[in-house]
Every structure is written in structure tokens, then in C-alpha cells.
Design a protein around this ligand. Sequence first.
Ligand code: ADE
Length: 422
Amino acid sequence: MSTRTQNFKVRSLDLAPEGLKKVEWAEQHMPVLMALRRKYETTKPLQGMRIAGCLHVTKETAVLVRTLRAAGAEVAWSGCNPLSTQDDVAAALAADGIPIFAWRGLSVEEFYWCIDQTIAMGPTLTLDDGADLIFSLHNRHPERCKDVLGGTEETTTGVHRLRAMAAAGALRYPIIAVNDAETKWDFDNVYGTGQSSIDGILRSTNVLLAGKVFVVAGYGHCGKGAAMRARGMGARVLVTEVDPIPALKANLDGFQVVRMDEAAPLGDIFITATGMKDVIVRRHFEAMKDGAIVCNTGHYDCEINLRDLGEVAPSRREIRPNTEEYRLPDGRRIFVLAQGRLVNLAGAEGHPSEVMDMSFANQFLSMLRLAREGRGLPVAVHDIPVEQDQEIAALKLNTMGIEIDVLTEDQIRYRDDYAAGT
Ligand code: ADE
């Protein structure tokens, strides 16, 4: 049940005090975003902007929302995954006057209904994670696109989707690919996904990782993070890939690279991080050993084919929160975490605040750029400027009390002198 009042819909406003404490905790651990808030709260460069956001409702996202508002924007929000909303945080935002439409456990219809409520504000900017908001605007409310100066995209899957839209000539306003910033994907995707996925597995199962065979499907930034952290906990990690370059990287990083068909009978824990559908299918389930645990940390819930699993293992029950036991006719059990949705957000709290600090600093600065320059930008998917990456990395180091060396004038001349050799 959710509470519907004038301009929000959340699980229960009674949860707001708990949510607010979490947001305050996150604010303490997001010094870069907080510095940007202090810098822009007097000049209010987002005044007049209406931002529709569709991104996991977590304590870190709440810090971003409050920062956008402090900079002058009107903000309306929905979650970008049916199972990732932290209901207490959503309540805190609603109690603070944010039109937010989000609760954990949305149906697909409710998911798009929530997005539509934010589109109703008539956005001038969109902030997306997975491109469902942008696609909804283009597909179901195309008349609204002309008012949008631009949008940002948080995740690899969304950027792929938007590049495909741009290539097909279907994109109607410019997008900044926040995901592709170095201070985003080299940190959030690797260390954030690494830690939060392990966190989700442990909160859901509390199994010992040491000594387990841990299978990671996909060795992009996210898969690499999960593989590194599982190894750090003492698991023996196998990696599966379809692309020879990341497969080679995984091998040289010391992981055993195998095909999923080989991994299926060996794995104790499987995690998918590919962005691709049908990574684990019927024949893999049929080969798995009793007690295998299967989960996903990719954006959508299509990587593990649960329809196939339901067919080979028709008997099922929830055995722990976020953990469903499927029983095969021969008695073997396979455990699926978080219904195959993002285990790090549905089974835990998502990436820690410290790493979201940089991702959301990128979001915030990209919003400022689009408000300033959006009308003049070609309708395409744009990278964030190198200077923005540098600024955020420098700010982050500064907040950590870390100083780095500076090139001398002579070194700069040497660097740029193509005639200098042996
Ligand atoms: N994606 C992964 N972790 C997240 C978090 N803590 N907040 C918002 N989006 C996320």
C-alpha cells in the first residue's frame, strides 16, 4: 500500500524521520557534491529549470536531489528499478516537498505510471539511469521533447540504448553520457559495484565466500569489480566473456576464463554483469549443483532467464528475504536473489556514498552545463569534458587530504617537445 497525497506517492510518510537520518549520513560521506551545493546555492544557476529524474531512490540520490534544488531547480523524481527504492528515503524526500513517485515493489505498470507523473511537470532537463524516462518522453509524450534542453544518462545500459536511438535518428535532444566519465565508470562501476554486489549477496544469504567457486559473467567495469572483491574474500573466481579483449584482461588479471557451459556445474555463486539477455539459461540451470546461488548486477532483469528456471524447477518458495529457492524434480535447489534484479540495490543499499559522490558530482555539473549550453549542443550523445573529470578527481583528492605532484614548466616543455629523444 502506498500513500497518495497531492503531489507524491510513496509507501508511507511515517518512514520520513528514518529516511532523513540516512540522507544526513550520506551527506557526511559525499564531500564533493556538498562542496558543489555550497558553491551554487547562492547563485542558483538552475533557477527556472524543471528537472525530471528517474534514478534509484537511495540516500545518495536524495543528496543529489537536494543539491539540484539548492541550485534553484524544480525537481520531480521516480525510481529507475521496481525493487531498488528505499522507502524511508522516498518518504523523507516527499516530506521535504519533492514530488516523488516511488516505492519498493512496483509493478511494471506502476513503474511507468511513476515516470509519467514526473513528465507531467513539463521538464526542461531529464536525468536518467537506464533511459526509461527518456524513452518514455520520446515514445509516449513526444510533444514534450521540444521543451527539453538536454538530459544525462547514468549507466552503461542506458548509454548503449541512447547511442542506438541517436544512430537510428530517433533522439530528439542532446544527452550527456555521465556513465562514460572516468570519475564515474572507473570508480562507481568498479569499486561501487564490486562492494555493493558482494554486500547484496551477503545480506541476502550470509554464506561464507571463502573457498566458494564464484562465477562472474562479463568482465566490463562492473564484472571486474565483482571479481576483484570476491577474490579478496577468498573465493575462487571464474569469468565468462563474449569479447576477446576483456576475456584477455580477466586472464591476465589472474582469473580463470571459461564458457558458461563449463562454469555451470562448477559454480557455487553466479553473478551476471553483462547488460545482455539470456546469459544463464535452461541448460545452465540443468547443469548446476545443489545449492547454487544465482544473482544479477546488470541494469535489467533479463540476464538470468527465470522463465527457463521456472520450467525446470516448478516448485519455489521464499526462504529468506530476497532469496527464493527453486527446487528441481530431482531435489536439487537453486537460489535466486532479488528476483534476478540488481542484487546490490534490491538486496543491499547500492554503492556506498563515497563513490556515488563522484558520479553525482558529474550529474550535477552536467545539469549545469545543459542548462547553460543545451540549446546549442548538437542532438547526439556527448562525453563529459575532460576538464570536468579532472575537476572532480582533484576535488575528491582534496577532500581526502591527498596532495599530488605538479609538473614544472621545464617538464611541461619536455612533455610537449616531439623532437626530444634519447
Ligand atoms: N546505483 C548504484 N548504487 C547507487 C546508489 N547508492 N544510489 C543511486 N544509484 C545507484
